[in-house]
Design a protein around this ligand. Structure first.
Ligand code: FAD
Length: 468
């Protein structure tokens, strides 16, 4: 290789964790290099995750809303879908953002190195470029932000009609019949897109319900609105085999809702979770401990067992979310720059950007019941919201959960259009240690959906219904 270039910090991986860490470290005056194997920055989130999925979900939402306009006396023609143009639109959205990142890296004098990196020893990365040449980067500190990839089911054959989320986002064609394997957020978001484009859906989930982690009352509202998109919702059921034939992928199921015969699909989406990339970065060469499942354990300063090597994002554990990665990134960079910083977020919000959206943060009712924390709740049904009715979308509700004794807000959940945007106020309340009355006394603008958070707080103040 070439002579060593030496950096204060080298960041491995340019996803939301990696680029945020590199930018913050550069802003704090450090000499920074950022290594990425792909040609664009942004990682999973910008290239094949959060952003392309939301671009397509926006299209889906407009399509669905247009269908309801007849009731307003507005009549559109049947939509014609040009999938090549839609794909180009999605790629333009990604390009705008990843290009922006490249510009920001340049402006901050962050050296971007393209290639596949491995630790050579505790102070060097070796990076193999697309041209086959290897270069060595020397670092005082390193930040591992190598992210995760989707889990593949071992018994599924190699076939272009069997895809993961990345394949589904490629939008090669619109399947007549699609199977979603795994009823989590990623699978249901992709299902929302394909259904709006005209696909019929089946979903199979091993657990007792879809969208695990969210309270069932929230999920029920989504289910009611979306039941018509699905031919089968199979719970406590698993796929046990798949055969690729000319006429489709034939899938066999086992469990509670399993059909006795194999079912035919034009597209099968595997969305059964993501696995961290910890075992692929030569961590052993630097003495960094990687767990059996490929995660890297860190402390509140995001340090691994090797004190000058930090790790952030999907690779350090659940929840695998971009906003968590960004916050961890800032902590790692600040600690390396000598600042006192720690990752001590009380709560990390979760959002399913389905239609309607489902968002929750902090303590859930399920968790409260299991842990025995005595809580009370304030609930506001959107059927009483002027704005939700004006929007023709009053199926949602907003709920706040708070400590029965101190009235401190512990969490909340929202289902309805834009729930993901609305949940931030609840997150702020929990982080600030607000009481439910603080929210009730805050004047919310009328008529907004955001008002529903204030209304839920007022309902709580008025009634204080104990949970069953
Ligand atoms: P990543 O984004 O995975 O980035 C890691 C980077 O490291 C990659 O670019 C990779 O190429 C690079 N890399 C890895 N190994 C090497 C190596 N050896 N050498 C060089 N480079 C390497 N999260 C949300 O918060 N909101 C959402 O709406 C959302 N939607 C999603 C939708 C989908 C379809 C998917 C798949 C994920 C979604 N996520 C969402 C999750 C989010 O994308 C991840 O949590 C986030 O990208 C994690 O960031 P990260 O920096 O840890 O890693």
């Amino acid at each position: 290789g070439s002579a060593d270039a030496e950096y204060d910090v080298v960041v491995l991986g340019a996803g939301p964790g990696g680029y945020s860490a590199a930018f913050r470290a550069a802003d704090l005056g450090l000499k920074v290099a950022l290594i990425e194997r792909y040609s664009t920055l942004g990682g999973v989130c910008l290239n094949v995750g959060c952003i392309p999925s939301k671009a397509l979900l926006h299209t889906a939402a407009v399509l669905e809303e247009a269908k309801t306009m007849g009731a307003h006396g507005i009549h559109f023609a049947e939509p014609k879908v040009d999938i090549d143009a839609l794909r180009k639109h999605k790629e333009a959205v990604i390009g705008k953002l990843t290009g922006g990142l490249a510009g920001m890296a340049k402006a901050r004098k962050v050296t971007v190195v393209h290639g596949v990196a491995e630790f050579a020893d505790p102070h060097h990365f070796s990076v193999k470029g697309a041209d086959g040449k290897t270069q060595t980067l020397k670092f005082k500190s390193a930040i591992i932000a190598a992210g995760s990839q989707s889990v593949k089911l071992p018994f599924f054959p190699e076939d272009e009609r069997i895809v993961d989320s990345t394949g589904a986002l490629e939008l090669r064609s619109i399947p007549k019949k699609m199977l979603i394997v795994g009823g989590g957020i990623i699978g249901l978001e992709m299902g929302t897109v394909y259904s709006a484009l005209g696909s019929r859906l089946d979903v199979v989930e091993m657990q007792t319900g879809l969208m695990q982690g969210a309270d069932r009352d929230l999920v029920k509202v989504w289910e009611k609105r979306n039941a018509g998109r699905f031919d089968r919702i199979m719970l406590e059921t698993r796929t046990i085999g798949a055969e690729a034939r000319d006429d489709g992928i034939w899938v066999t199921f086992e469990g509670k809702d399993a059909p006795s015969e194999p079912q035919r699909y034009d597209l099968v989406l595997q969305a059964v979770g993501r696995t961290p990339n910890g075992k692929k970065i030569g961590a052993e060469n630097a003495g960094v401990i990687v767990t059996d499942r490929g995660f890297i354990d860190v402390d509140q300063q995001m340090r691994t067992n090797v004190p000058h090597i930090h790790a952030i994002g999907d690779i350090v554990g659940q929840p695998m979310l971009a906003h968590k990665a960004v916050h961890e990134a800032h902590v790692a960079a600040e600690v390396i720059a000598g600042e006192k910083a720690a990752f001590e977020a009380r709560v990390i919000p979760s959002v399913a950007y389905t239609d309607p959206e489902v968002a929750w943060v902090g303590l859930t009712e399920d968790e409260a019941r299991k842990s025995g924390v005595k809580i009370q709740k304030g609930l506001f049904p959107w059927a009483a919201s002027g704005r939700a009715i004006a929007n023709g979308r009053d199926e949602g509700f907003t709920k706040l959960l708070f400590d029965a004794e101190t009235h401190r807000v512990l969490g909340g959940g929202i289902v309805g259009t834009g729930a993901g945007d609305l949940i931030s106020e609840v997150a702020l309340a929990v982080e600030m240690g607000a009481d439910v009355v603080d929210i009730a006394k805050t004047i919310h603008p009328h008529p907004t959906l955001g008002e529903s958070v204030g209304m839920a707080a007022e309902a709580a103040e008025g009634t204080c219904t104990d949970l069953p």
